[in-house]
Design a protein around this ligand. Structure first.
Ligand SMILES: [Zn+2]
Ligand SMILES: [Zn+2]
Ligand SMILES: [Zn+2]
Ligand SMILES: [Zn+2]
Ligand SMILES: [Zn+2]
Length: 267
């Protein structure tokens, strides 16, 4: 009788059953095993009527009851074969007339962890002039998760412009440690100013570089009855000199420098 299944109203005949026994309902005992649960399991069933019971007074902290199964440690307790409320009869293999079914427990999901970041930031990578840095802070519950944020690049911090010594440019260097950035640009010169009888000068309004050059004097021109004058074509320097009447033509004398003329009578 290896593959007999109990069905409602099916009479199972045992080898030494008497005639009276056969007339009665099938004899079966279903025992409910707590399978790790605490408390009283449902009382064993002896009749194949009604429904599968609930867990009764069983409980297992951190677990939820899912049903009953003949296999004690099934891989997925949520797939327990017999659910509370499912109707008996049922296809229980009756190899033995007493069977045990095991409570199946599904572990409760741990409450979902919500990270909380409120501590102070720890700098992992310092920003440089041109590259961003990184800061991190751990989850308060030390779950190993970090929140990170970017520290903006600092930007260059240029010092003051200095003369390079090279004609045309001044330069300034970044003062931040480790940075080699530098900028150069053309001098911004003031207008030429006179420096005396032979030279004029100008200086860069940014770096202070000073340049000196000789005047570039134009031609003498008549300025007054006694003097002629010439000026530097670059700065506003003027030079004066007295007429020198060294050239005579007819009744007139001419100044050697400005060609002012004078009659003989005047002289
Ligand atoms: Zn966390
Ligand atoms: Zn820099
Ligand atoms: Zn300059
Ligand atoms: Zn000049
Ligand atoms: Zn003259």
């Amino acid at each position: 009788m290896n593959n007999l299944h109990a069905e409602c109203n099916v009479t199972v005949v045992k080898a030494n059953d008497t005639v009276d026994d056969i007339k009665t309902e099938p004899t079966i005992k279903i025992v409910f095993h707590p399978n790790g649960g605490n408390g009283e399991p449902p009382v064993p069933l002896t009749k194949l009527g009604g429904v599968w019971p609930d867990k009764g007074k069983l409980n297992k902290p951190g677990y939820t009851f899912a049903g009953w199964d003949e296999v004690q440690n099934i891989q997925d307790p949520s797939k327990a074969r017999y659910r509370p409320g499912d109707k008996l009869p049922f296809p229980v293999p009756l190899k033995e007339l007493m069977i045990t079914v095991y409570a199946q427990w599904i572990p409760d999901k741990p409450p979902e962890h919500v990270h909380k970041f409120s501590g102070s930031w720890i700098t992992y990578t310092n920003p440089t002039c041109t590259k961003t840095g990184t800061q991190k802070r751990p989850c308060e519950s030390n779950c190993g998760t970090y929140e990170s944020q970017t520290i903006p690049a600092t930007g260059h911090k240029f010092g003051s412009w200095t003369d390079t010594g090279v004609v045309g440019t001044h330069v300034r260097k970044c003062l931040n440690p480790g940075c080699t950035a530098q900028e150069s640009s053309s001098h911004t010169f003031s207008a030429w100013l006179t420096n005396g009888s032979t030279t004029h000068y100008r200086s860069c309004v940014v770096c202070g570089r000073k340049e000196t050059a000789n005047h570039s004097m134009g031609n003498w021109s008549d300025f007054s009855s006694t003097q002629h004058r010439r000026s530097c074509s670059i700065c506003n320097y003027y030079e004066y000199g007295s007429h020198v009447y060294g050239t005579k033509s007819g009744n007139l004398f001419y100044c050697n420098f400005c060609w002012r003329k004078k009659s003989l009578i005047e002289k």
